[in-house]
Design a protein around this ligand. Structure first.
Ligand code: HEC
Ligand code: HEC
Ligand code: HEC
Ligand code: HEC
Ligand code: HEC
Ligand code: HEC
Length: 429
């Protein structure tokens, strides 16, 4: 029987195992894609301040969607185009072809350096940084997770890869020990040997189990860490609506917009009709109005465009001053979100307890971008119930219960907790 020299079979085997592991590592590495955060931030900032008025990454706006534009165009082409597309179109037929919307030619950006353009392009390729939290669209109720997996996950992956190498090493050792055994010729030979080696080596089985567990843990935690709502959670809304401008500078009462807080379980988000009560007449902001949005300062030019988005949503034709009937509801992204098994009632806290919105939501009138101020954990609810005394003002119903409870607990004033604010059933369905 002729047999292929051992060292060449070992090499083939090593290469094969290597390929398999690399393939494995790559196919799951999407969980921990390495992103150069500094370039991403830089590019994003530039993109948001210069390009967002006409471009989005994923949708056509005034100009085409720019997500992954580098897959469509050469880097040099893009640089020339962005610096001065009108000039470029004169010398480049391909560029002239790109000008499908010829009335809305793109602004020239001769001031941008090559590095800045590269950063912008980098951003169009990698997209936005991950935000922790479940993103829930109010109304639509759809939920999408974004990648917020912690750093240590990568160590699990590294451990899995090390174990994989141990597996190979161990396999090679077993096979070379087997070299006296009879062999079948051809490519099957090495596979057969792998199996034979595997069967004989318990250590190898243990290694494979560990490998499986590590990969399992990696995938599981990678998925789990994409869910969970965070304090400070601040999703980017599609309209740069500022509470500071509305509730702060213009002193509009919270309940003018969140009118159901007083009477019902939820506060609700105002419909676009509420916006139009004012914005039919307010199509522009004043000269010096500024909003900090996603790390960029929006001035009058940008903010007037934001009001145009309100018109688009309401189907309002600002030239003819009439509704066109073509509406496009605003999809506000939900910021606060308790799990479904918790019962929380706004009117109980706002109307009955007389709490100010700010007690739980923080200084909303100073926020350009809405964010979650309190942790909304069970401990947070209970701490307040433990410390807050029942407000007896003009409340006969409480006065009576209060007298009885005060006697029972032997205190002057009972707390919400003593009133029942610590009973599981009050907060859990
Ligand atoms: C005033 C609106 C406007 C602004 C601002 C703007 N663009 Fe454009 N852009 C366009 C339009 C419109 C097109 C489509 C081509 C045309 O008709 O000129 C376009 C096309 C492009 C293209 C070509 C895409 C392709 O696939 O052919 C690139 C790349 C591009 N823009 C990048 C940028 C970048 C980067 C910025 C910010 C620095 C920016 N644009 C700012 C309006 C704009
Ligand atoms: C002019 C209308 C208007 C006024 C006035 C207003 N809001 Fe809002 N509020 C909105 C809109 C629109 C949203 C949804 C967009 C967002 O989250 O920024 C919102 C969102 C919120 C949210 C987050 C809801 C979520 O998604 O979890 C809170 C909390 C909130 N408002 C509290 C307040 C408080 C407190 C005040 C008064 C200080 C106030 N609002 C005044 C229109 C208004
Ligand atoms: C009670 C009147 C009133 C209501 C209701 C109102 N706005 Fe405004 N809004 C204003 C005023 C006044 C300004 C201009 C402020 C300035 O000029 O500095 C403004 C400015 C804006 C701006 C530009 C400044 C910013 O916040 O980014 C946007 C966008 C806007 N409103 C969106 C909305 C949306 C969306 C709604 C409905 C949820 C709404 N407004 C409801 C009065 C109102
Ligand atoms: C005792 C604390 C507390 C007070 C006071 C309070 N909120 Fe809330 N608010 C919450 C919690 C908790 C949620 C999350 C509710 C959920 O997910 O079911 C929330 C959610 C909201 C939302 C999101 C939509 C909704 O209804 O779930 C808005 C808007 C809101 N609050 C506005 C207000 C306004 C306006 C006031 C004052 C009139 C106010 N809140 C007072 C705790 C409070
Ligand atoms: C800032 C203080 C504060 C926070 C935070 C708070 N509450 Fe309350 N809660 C009160 C007060 C005050 C009352 C009493 C209202 C009344 O007089 O009936 C109350 C009453 C209640 C009641 C009715 C209790 C009863 O015996 O009738 C429930 C249920 C409740 N809260 C749930 C919650 C939940 C769920 C959360 C957290 C998501 C929460 N609360 C957070 C202050 C708070
Ligand atoms: C004042 C309101 C309130 C009371 C009373 C309350 N809970 Fe909760 N509970 C909550 C809230 C809010 C959450 C959601 C916490 C989160 O999402 O982080 C929660 C979450 C939970 C969870 C899920 C695990 C977790 O931490 O997220 C369990 C289990 C639970 N509560 C059990 C109980 C039991 C048992 C009692 C009675 C001893 C009780 N709760 C009393 C408000 C309350």
């Amino acid at each position: 029987m002729k047999s292929v020299p051992l060292h060449s079979r070992l090499t083939t085997l090593l290469l094969k195992s290597f390929t398999i592991i690399l393939f494995f590592a790559f196919s799951i590495s999407s969980y921990s894609q390495d992103v150069d955060a500094a370039r991403q931030t830089e590019g994003r900032k530039l993109f948001k301040s210069l390009c967002t008025s006409c471009h989005k990454l994923d949708k056509k706006l005034v100009g085409p969607a720019l997500g992954k534009v580098e897959e469509r165009r050469e880097n040099d082409w893009l640089k020339s185009w962005i610096k001065n597309n009108a000039e470029f179109q004169k010398v480049n037929a391909d560029a002239a072809e790109a000008a499908e919307f010829d009335t809305s030619a793109m602004t020239a950006f001769p001031q941008l350096s090559d590095k800045q353009i590269d950063d912008i392009l980098y951003y169009t390729t990698v997209g936005d940084p991950p935000k922790p939290g479940v993103v829930n669209e109010i109304g639509a109720g759809a939920s999408t997770g974004s990648d917020g997996s912690p750093k240590w996950l990568i160590y699990i992956l590294a451990a899995a890869i090390i174990v994989a190498f141990l597996i190979i090493a161990s396999l090679l050792k077993t096979i070379s020990e087997l070299k006296g055994a009879p062999k079948t010729p051809g490519a099957i030979a090495s596979l057969g040997e792998v199996w034979e080696g595997f069967k004989q080596n318990t250590f190898l089985k243990v290694l494979c189990t560990i490998f499986g567990l590590l990969i399992g843990a990696y995938v599981l935690f990678g998925t789990l860490f994409k869910v969970g709502v965070d304090e400070g959670y601040m999703p980017l809304q599609e309209i740069a609506f500022s509470h500071k401008i509305h509730a702060g500078d213009n002193k509009i009462d919270c309940q003018y917009c969140h009118s159901s807080a007083k009477h019902s379980k939820t506060s609700g988000i105002p419909s676009v009709n509420v916006c139009m009560n004012c914005h039919k007449n307010i199509s522009e902001v004043s000269e010096d109005t500024k909003v900090e949005w996603d790390g960029v300062t929006y001035g009058k030019a940008e903010l007037d465009k934001e009001i145009e988005k309100v018109y688009a949503a309401a189907g309002w034709d600002a030239e003819e001053l009439e509704y066109t009937g073509v509406e496009k509801p605003i999809k506000w992204i939900r910021v606060h979100n308790l799990p479904d098994f918790v019962y929380f009632n706004h009117s109980q806290h706002v109307t009955v307890a007389g709490l100010k919105c700010q007690k739980c939501h923080g200084p909303v009138e100073e926020m350009d971008e809405m964010r979650q101020f309190s942790p909304l954990t069970m401990g947070w609810c209970i701490d307040c119930h433990k410390d807050t005394k029942v407000d007896l003002k003009d409340n006969e119903y409480y006065a009576k219960i209060h007298k009885e409870l005060a006697k029972k607990y032997n205190v002057d004033q009972v707390t919400i907790a003593q009133l029942g604010g610590k009973e599981c059933g009050k907060c859990h369905y």
